[in-house]
Write a protein that binds this ligand. Structure first.
Ligand code: ADP
Ligand code: MG
Length: 252
């Protein structure tokens, strides 16, 4: 039985896509059949894996009910990692979805039995708590929350956790938080150390041990269209994402 993970945080630029792509690549590389679903109209996960953002069919067609999810899934350069690409058209789904019947469960319904073909299904969410993220949270078993190690890190996290509880109560009782992962951590700065301590104190048991360092290789890998473990397997970012992927798998 596969597990579905949503990578969510309503803040932009905190490392959601980077975490989604790299954790997906690490677990696929370890031999687990993995599916990555790009739910962001910005298509960063799609383009970061060398798939065109005008690829048809895509996740928009799946959510519209026009195409089964299996038909939209494409293979990527990482063996064992399939991708349901996004499209800029998906921006329209934020307006259209609420008007469709059963709008919150579109992705869950589309995943159906497909979730059992993959040990890991990873949903890369857009930077909002709108209909697309709600679809991801209704389809997911677990949420991973990337938290950028910067001054306003804690801001918004309480609100996000409230939203998760609401969805759990109203729409998806299975949903649990797998954990928060500190991203873009610059260990040389006092600020990063303080923020890390603060987040761990605030959310004991919820923060993954693995911390993702700020690392040039991680940032440049998407411009080569590869996950960081392909771009530079030995850099600190690759080591950190491999460790995080193991921790995610171990938490089940
Ligand atoms: P989100 O999906 O939350 O908007 P991204 O994953 O796209 O955030 O990350 C925002 C930017 O920061 C991107 O340009 C990405 O390449 C860069 N980035 C993410 N994580 C790291 C890291 N650990 N080190 C360096 N750059 C990073
Ligand atoms: Mg993103």
């Amino acid at each position: 039985m596969g597990t579905v993970y949503a990578i969510a945080n309503q803040k932009g630029g905190v490392g959601k896509t980077t975490t989604a792509v790299n954790v997906a690549a690490c677990v696929a590389d370890a031999g687990y059949a993995t599916l990555l679903v790009d739910l962001d109209p910005q298509c960063n996960a799609t383009v970061g894996l060398q798939v065109a953002k005008d690829q048809e069919p895509n996740v928009y067609d799946v959510l519209s009910g026009d195409v089964p999810l299996t038909e939209a899934a494409v293979e990527t350069l990482v063996p064992g990692l399939s991708l349901v690409p996004s499209s800029p058209d998906l921006a329209g789904a934020n307006v259209e979805l609420p008007r469709m019947p059963g709008s919150e469960t579109r992705l869950r319904d589309a995943l159906g039995d497909v979730r059992d073909r993959y040990l890991f299904t990873i949903l890369d969410c857009p930077p909002s708590l709108g209909p697309l993220t709600v679809n991801a949270l209704v389809a997911a078993d677990r949420v991973i929350v990337p938290v950028q190690t910067e001054y306003f890190a804690l801001e918004g996290l309480a609100g996000l956790l409230d939203t998760l509880s609401l969805i759990q109560r109203e729409l998806n009782p299975r949903l649990t938080v797998a954990g928060m992962v500190l991203t873009m951590h610059d260990g040389r700065t006092r600020l990063a150390q303080d923020v890390e301590r603060e987040v761990r104190e605030h959310f004991p048991d919820l923060v993954f041990d693995s911390v993702i360092p700020r690392n040039v290789r991680v940032g440049e890998a998407p411009s080569y269209g590869v996950p960081v473990i392909r771009h530079d397997p030995r850099c600190s970012g690759s080591v950190a994402y491999l460790k995080l992927a193991k921790e995610v798998a171990a938490r089940g």
